[in-house]
Write a protein that binds this ligand. Sequence first.
Ligand SMILES: N[C@@H](CCC(=O)N[C@@H](CSCc1ccc([N+](=O)[O-])cc1)C(=O)NCC(=O)O)C(=O)O
Length: 217
Amino acid sequence: MPPPMITAFAHSPDGGQGMARDMRVRWAFEEVGQPYRARPVSFAAMKAPAHRTLHPFGQIPTCEDGDLTLFESGAIVLHIASRHAGLLPVEANARARAIGWMFAALSTVEPPILDCEAARYLEKDEPWFAPRLRAAEDRVRGRLGDLSLRLGRADWLDGGFSAGDLMMADVLRRLGGPGLLDEYPNLSAYVARAEARPAFRRAFAAQRAFFDAHSGR
Ligand SMILES: N[C@@H](CCC(=O)N[C@@H](CSCc1ccc([N+](=O)[O-])cc1)C(=O)NCC(=O)O)C(=O)O
């Protein structure tokens, strides 16, 4: 059977900085040592009927693995972690907790971060932008403060590195650069620890090479 095929931006708006959500899927494949292929999708093609048979919302990433087609980066990472050893504990309770951290990353920590991004990109010229952004950033601080307290001095969220850490670190990466994350030194160190993983570095290099190959550079 040919390796799984994911879809990714033909020309990612971030210029190959690994901020698009194919990055977490690439990372998961690298962590479990599973080769994969990637197909570039333009913005126009993403919204066309052919791609929507893979992704009802006209987005990336998707993953075609044999006769299975998946969308939602969290579902794809969970699929990879379920089919291959290395990203979820074998022990049932620890496995359930690691999956819980995946949901926490996507459902509890990521939404206020996305809300801040939306405010910065879409509302910066509004007269009420400053208080709006302050309130949005305070909501992010609330989540980061709770997460920082739970992580403490540990390397990972619950024992060894898991898909929960992969998802949480990829969510926190969006805060990159000087700013909110720096207010929580143990979270900054957590993200740096995750980004130092050989699998992360391979995934980052792959998405960067993919950008350079397909963005018309
Ligand atoms: N919940 C879905 C969300 C998927 C999603 O948001 N896909 C985005 C790309 S990753 C989000 C993203 C986009 C761009 C950057 N960037 O920095 O340039 C970062 C992240 C997309 O296809 N957008 C096109 C569209 O919606 O029309 C998942 O986790 O898979």
